[in-house]
Design a protein around this ligand. Structure first.
Ligand SMILES: [Zn+2]
Ligand SMILES: [Zn+2]
Length: 304
């Protein structure tokens, strides 16, 4: 059974999750290539019993199931690690989906976050997506994951501290139309900005950020968010056609949904380079691309 421990010297949370060692591809082997896809229609019995589904007539349009190899144990019998299968279509690459397809995906995220946010003992609800093997994807059928965490992620804690020490919000400053910031803005529409952060961890790292200070992403219109992230992923894939990437949503902890110290953002994290000894040894990052250059290249390819 998985358990949460804290590093004795740095206090970093670490999930020890032995069940995950049984997962296809856990040790780098080639996932489910020779087996039937457990997320395709007709193979529903391959997943644990379904949590919810949306239907079109008699066929399902999306399904939510507990992760068969959970990173977190259920709490009070409720699974804390879900798989969000947002399409029955095995071959539905994100960059070729229309806005309606993105709205379906983000709508499902929102529905599932709502259902976990009020649970006792849940401090934060994380939604993320792994696209491509280098980004940790083990099953190629399109899906996102949700983890209902019993702790606030260190990155969110750090962001709250950065806000407190600056006395104002660094992301509000980054989306403002000052001459220094606009260099890193890839585009903006309907109150949502697309920007390369000034100190990106990864080459072409890009964030979707509301232009006004919103701690909780659930207050943002889904269509504006879907349009912005779709355009960004298409620009990224136009620049790097095979790029693996992660999507990760940073939003106010479930335990304090109105905490003003956070400004939600959806991070698009391309996996073009490896995380190596420097990063693991120091907890710091080395990035081979200037964020201004990444923003200029993506801006030239953005169709918003
Ligand atoms: Zn499939
Ligand atoms: Zn802000």
């Amino acid at each position: 059974m998985s358990r949460l421990v804290f590093h004795p010297l740095t206090s970093e949370p670490i999930l020890v999750a032995p069940e995950r060692s049984e997962r296809p591809g856990a040790w780098g082997q080639s996932g489910t290539a020779s087996e039937a896809c457990p997320f395709c229609p007709g193979n529903e019995e391959e997943t644990p019993p379904e949590i919810s589904r949306h239907v079109d007539g008699t066929a399902w349009r999306s399904r939510v199931v507990p992760n068969k190899y959970p990173a977190l144990a259920p709490v009070d019998g409720v699974p804390s690690h879900e798989v969000l299968i947002d399409t029955p279509d095995h071959h539905s690459p994100l960059e070729s989906r229309d806005v309606a397809g993105w709205i379906d995906m983000i709508g499902l995220w929102r529905e599932r976050v709502e259902s976990h946010a009020a649970r006792r003992g849940i401090e934060s609800v994380l939604v993320f997506r792994n696209e491509g093997r280098a980004a940790g994807q083990s099953i190629t059928h399109p899906h996102s994951q949700l983890l209902a965490l019993p702790f606030v992620p260190p990155r969110l804690e750090q962001e709250s501290r950065a806000f407190a020490s600056a006395g104002s919000c660094p992301l509000c400053a980054a989306t403002a139309s000052s001459s220094d910031a606009t260099r890193l803005v890839v585009g903006a529409r309907d109150g949502i900005a697309i920007l390369c952060p000034s100190a990106p961890r990864l080459p072409y790292e890009t964030w979707i950020v509301p232009e006004s200070h919103e701690p909780d992403w659930r207050e943002t219109k889904i269509e504006a968010m879907a349009t912005a992230v779709r355009a960004t992923v298409r620009a990224l894939r136009a620049r790097w056609p095979a790029a693996a990437f992660n999507l990760a949503l940073a939003t106010a902890p479930a335990s304090e949904p109105k905490r003003g110290a956070l400004h939600w953002h959806l991070e698009i994290l391309p996996r073009l380079t490896n995380i190596a000894g420097f990063e693991l040894a120091t907890g710091a990052w080395m990035n081979i691309v200037e964020p201004g250059r990444a923003a200029a290249e993506l801006r030239a390819l953005l169709a918003l």
